[in-house]
Design a protein around this ligand. Structure first.
Ligand code: DAK
Length: 257
């Protein structure tokens, strides 16, 4: 499928989705979000793809929602446009998605990175929720995901002032998994994606779903969900293969069954 605002390449067994609106610093217009949701959903249905990398190029990940588009909208337009639907579609993607963040990840850009499963940051990355400086506040999960990721006090400071944090601060706060030189950012994310893609496919999907349950449920319900997933995986051919391969001291061959 051809996209206007994205470049999607399949490098089996991973997909690389690149935001491609450099003139507006990859501002996330509704059209961009629609294409992005479609591209990531397509990964779920593509047998060639087991993990995806989302990136915005070396200069900027995304400078947030498209403020020019906001300027044209009335409050009624905003409510009627169902902007949250694309975000919901992205939230439901089963394929693991790694955000490779280089440069600005602001507002919706930061929220998009946090909606991914793992963030790899370049040394140049800056994370922030500057919406307060526009007279609004985060609207795509920032108050919830940032707070869960870095704790109340630091999230409050960022959200109430609009100030950004550096890649190193994001690492110390637990927002990102790793900080790497900018020229290695995409390659590191791809290498990680390939490593994840080399694991048993059903186990990867179930494990992602179970980790995400930690954000949705009380502990007891989450632990129960985990146990159910574990029991389900125990009945798969891949579990039998993985366990026998260990005992027989040979590499496992996954079939995704
Ligand atoms: N939208 C549109 N255009 C943008 C943009 C944005 N967010 N950010 C930058 N641009 C455009 C600039 O207007 C400029 O365009 P030209 O003037 O060249 O035509 C070009 O990109 C280059 O930007 P600058 O000249 O400003 O570049 P600098 O290097 O000087 O500064 C900057 C970079 C990132 C510090 C600055 O551009 C900036 O502050 N940008 C705005 C950052 C921001 O406030 N982001 C938060 C936006 S609000 C929701 C879903 C999502 C959201 C809300 C609700 N629902 C589901 C309900 C999200 C909201 C937001 O993200």
């Amino acid at each position: 499928m051809a996209y206007e605002h994205l470049i999607v390449t399949i490098e089996e067994p991973i997909a690389v989705v690149t935001l491609n609106r450099p003139k507006s610093l990859n501002a996330l217009s509704q059209a961009v979000m629609g294409e992005l949701a479609t591209a990531l959903e397509a990964c779920d249905g593509d047998p060639r793809v087991r993990c995806a990398v989302l990136w915005g190029g070396p200069r900027v990940f995304a400078a947030g929602a498209d403020i020019r588009e906001f300027a044209e909208q009335s409050p009624g337009d905003m409510i009627r446009s169902y902007r949250f639907l694309e975000w919901e579609r992205i939230r439901r993607v089963a394929t693991p998605v790694i955000a490779a963040v280089s440069g600005y990840a602001l507002g919706g850009g930061c929220e998009l990175a946090m909606a991914c499963d793992i963030i790899i940051a370049a040394e140049t990355a800056q994370f922030g929720q500057p919406e307060i400086q526009l007279g609004v506040m985060p609207g795509a999960g920032g108050t919830q995901r940032l707070t869960r990721a870095i704790g109340k006090s630091r999230a409050m400071e960022m959200i109430l002032t609009g100030r950004s944090i550096s890649a190193q601060e994001a690492l110390a706060a637990g927002l990102v998994a790793r900080v790497v030189p900018v020229e290695l950012c995409l390659d590191e994310a791809k290498a990680l994606a390939r490593e994840i893609a080399s694991r048993a496919p059903l186990a990867v999907r179930a494990a992602k779903e179970a980790v995400l349950q930690a954000f949705e449920t009380p502990l007891a319900a989450g632990v129960l969900f985990e146990r159910r997933c574990f029991h389900m995986l125990f009945g798969t051919a891949d579990a039998a293969e993985g366990i026998h391969a260990f005992v027989e001291k040979r590499p496992a061959k996954w079939t995704g069954r």
